[in-house]
Design a binder for this molecule. Structure first.
Ligand code: FHN
Length: 445
C-alpha cells in the first residue's frame, strides 16, 4: 500500500513538472504542435545546467589548414578535393586525450562535426563511400572512439550534422559551393533526403545516447522562401530514435516546431554583432551561443591567431547571464593533435571555473537583466553579480522586495556593505584589483 502511494505521488510529481515545463517551452504561434517527451524535457534542463561545451570542427579540410570553407572559398573541384581523403591519417588522434583536454576547461559536453558541408563523413556510414572507413587509410570510426571515450569519462557527446552539401550531386545546389564542379541538373531531393535520414539513423543507433543533433546549412536556400527542408519529418525521426536527443538548427531564424534548443552563432542571445541573428528572436527554448577560439574560422587554420582566456571567460559569463550555454570551438590539426595554444587557454578557463564554477554551472540567467556593468546568474536563493566592467564603487541592484541576507565577495567570502533603497539595494563595491569578472554573491532569505 505504502509502495503504491509513493508510486502515485511520484507519478503526480512527474506529470506536474511535465505540465510546467511544457508550458514554459511552448512555442508561440502556429508551430506549437510539437509535444516534447518527458525525457526530452528533462534533457533540456540537464543541458542548461551544463552551461559549457566544446565544439569541434574536424575533417578533410583540416589537412589544408585554411578553415572548413576552403572547398567553397577556393572553388576547388569536389572530386579533386575528395583525394584529400587518401592523406587523412591522423596518427595523433586519441579520443581519450581529446576528452581529457576538453574536460580540463571545465566543459561538460562536446559537439563534433560528423559531416560538414564538404560531405565527408567522420564515422562509419554504410550509405556513402566518402567516409573515414572506406575513403581514408585511417579506417577508424572516429565517432565510435569518441563515444566510448565520452562514456568512459562522463562527458556528453553531441553531433553536428550539415544539411547542405558541396559534393553530392543529388543535393540541390544553393548559394554556396557553386564552384565545386557539380552538375546541378542531377539534383534529386528525395535521394538526398533519404541519404541524410539514413545517416541520422546510423548516428542515433550506433553511438549510444546522443545529447543533441546540431543541424547547420539551412540558410543555403534562404533566398528561396518556398524551399522545403522537410524538417518536421526529419525531426520526428530523430525523436523517434532517441526521444531525449535535443534538436537545434543553426538556421538563424525563429525556432521551428520540433526544435529543443536555439543557437546563436558568434553572438550572445539578443545581440547581432556578427550579423547572423537579425531575423532571430530569443525564444523560451534552452539557448546556446557558439564562438570559435581561433579568430576567423572553425576548422583548423594555420595562420589564425587565438582568443585568450579573458575573452572566453567574458563570453561564458555573458552567455550564462543571458540564460545560454557557451559552445567554444576548437579546430584540431589533421594529424589529430590540438594546438598547444588551445590546450593552454582551455586549461586556464578550467582553473578559473574551479574557483568560480558555482556561479556558472547549474545556474539560469539572473532576474536582474544584463547591464553595462555585466550580468547576473542565479541558483536557488543566490544571485551572482558578475561585474565584467568595474567602473563604479557603488552598484544599484534592483532586487525589488526580496529580503537580502548578505552580500559577499565570491573570491574570499568577505562581507560587503549594502543599504536598502527604493526598489533594491545599493552595494558598496570593495576596492579590488581589476579582473575579468569580479563576482558578488547576494543571498536572499
Ligand atoms: O558554415 C558553417 C561554418 O562552417 C561553421 O560550421 C559554423 C558554426 O556555427 N556554422 C556555419 C556558418 O553559419
Amino acid at each position: 500500500m505504502k509502495k503504491l502511494l509513493t508510486l502515485f505521488l511520484c507519478a503526480g510529481l512527474v506529470s506536474s513538472i511535465y505540465a510546467q515545463n511544457q508550458e514554459k517551452y511552448r512555442l508561440p504561434g502556429p508551430d506549437s504542435g510539437y509535444v516534447p517527451s518527458v525525457s526530452n524535457l528533462q534533457a533540456r534542463e540537464k543541458f542548461q545546467d551544463m552551461k559549457f561545451g566544446i565544439f569541434v570542427h574536424w575533417g578533410l579540410y583540416s589537412i589544408m589548414g585554411q578553415g572548413e570553407w576552403v572547398l567553397h572559398n577556393r572553388n576547388i573541384n569536389a572530386q579533386e578535393y575528395a583525394l584529400l581523403a587518401n592523406c587523412f591519417n591522423p596518427i595523433h588522434f586519441d579520443a581519450e586525450e581529446w576528452v581529457d583536454i576538453f574536460k580540463s576547461s571545465g566543459a561538460r559536453y562536446m559537439t563534433v562535426t560528423t559531416r560538414h558541408h564538404d560531405s565527408f563523413s567522420l564515422f562509419d556510414s554504410k550509405v556513402t563511400e566518402y567516409d573515414v572507413m572506406e575513403a581514408t587509410p585511417f579506417k577508424r570510426d572516429v565517432m565510435k572512439e569518441l563515444s566510448e571515450a565520452c562514456a568512459k569519462k562522463d562527458f556528453k557527446l553531441h553531433f553536428y550534422y550539415s544539411h547542405l552539401d558541396w559534393t553530392r550531386e543529388d543535393y540541390p545546389i544553393g548559394w554556396t559551393g557553386r564552384g565545386t564542379g557539380r552538375d546541378g541538373s542531377k539534383a534529386d531531393w528525395d535521394s538526398y533526403y533519404q541519404f541524410m535520414n539514413d545517416q541520422l539513423t546510423e548516428l542515433l543507433t550506433n553511438y549510444g545516447p546522443v545529447g543533441s543533433i546540431w543541424f547547420d546549412g539551412y540558410w543555403d536556400h534562404a533566398d528561396k522562401p518556398d524551399f522545403d527542408w522537410h524538417l518536421e519529418e526529419q525531426y520526428a525521426l530523430v525523436h523517434r530514435l532517441q526521444p531525449a536527443c535535443l534538436i537545434g538548427n543553426n538556421h538563424h531564424v525563429k525556432p521551428y516546431a520540433g526544435e529543443d534548443f536555439q543557437m546563436f552563432e558568434r553572438d550572445l542571445p539578443g545581440q547581432n554583432e556578427a550579423g547572423l541573428s537579425a531575423n532571430s528572436v530569443v525564444s523560451q527554448l534552452p539557448l546556446e551561443s557558439c564562438i570559435t577560439l581561433s579568430v576567423g574560422s572553425w576548422g583548423y587554420n594555420m595562420t589564425n591567431a587565438f582568443h585568450d582566456r579573458d575573452y572566453v571567460i567574458g563570453q561564458l559569463v555573458g552567455a550564462a547571464g543571458r540564460n545560454a550555454n557557451l559552445l567554444l570551438n576548437v579546430g584540431p590539426r589533421a594529424d589529430g593533435s590540438i594546438p598547444a595554444e588551445v590546450v593552454k587557454v582551455l586549461g586556464e578557463v578550467g582553473r578559473w571555473l574551479e574557483i568560480y564554477g558555482d556561479s556558472i554551472f547549474g545556474t539560469r540567467g539572473g532576474f536582474v537583466a544584463p547591464h553595462s556593468w555585466g550580468v547576473t546568474t542565479q541558483k536557488d536563493h543566490r544571485l551572482f553579480v558578475h561585474l565584467l566592467k568595474q567602473e563604479d564603487d557603488c552598484l544599484y541592484l534592483p532586487v525589488g522586495d526580496r529580503k537580502v541576507k548578505s552580500v559577499k565577495v565570491m573570491a574570499d567570502d568577505a562581507h560587503v556593505h549594502f543599504t536598502k533603497v527604493g526598489g533594491g539595494i545599493l552595494i558598496q563595491v570593495p576596492e579590488h584589483e581589476k579582473t575579468v569578472d569580479y563576482i558578488l554573491e547576494v543571498t536572499f532569505r
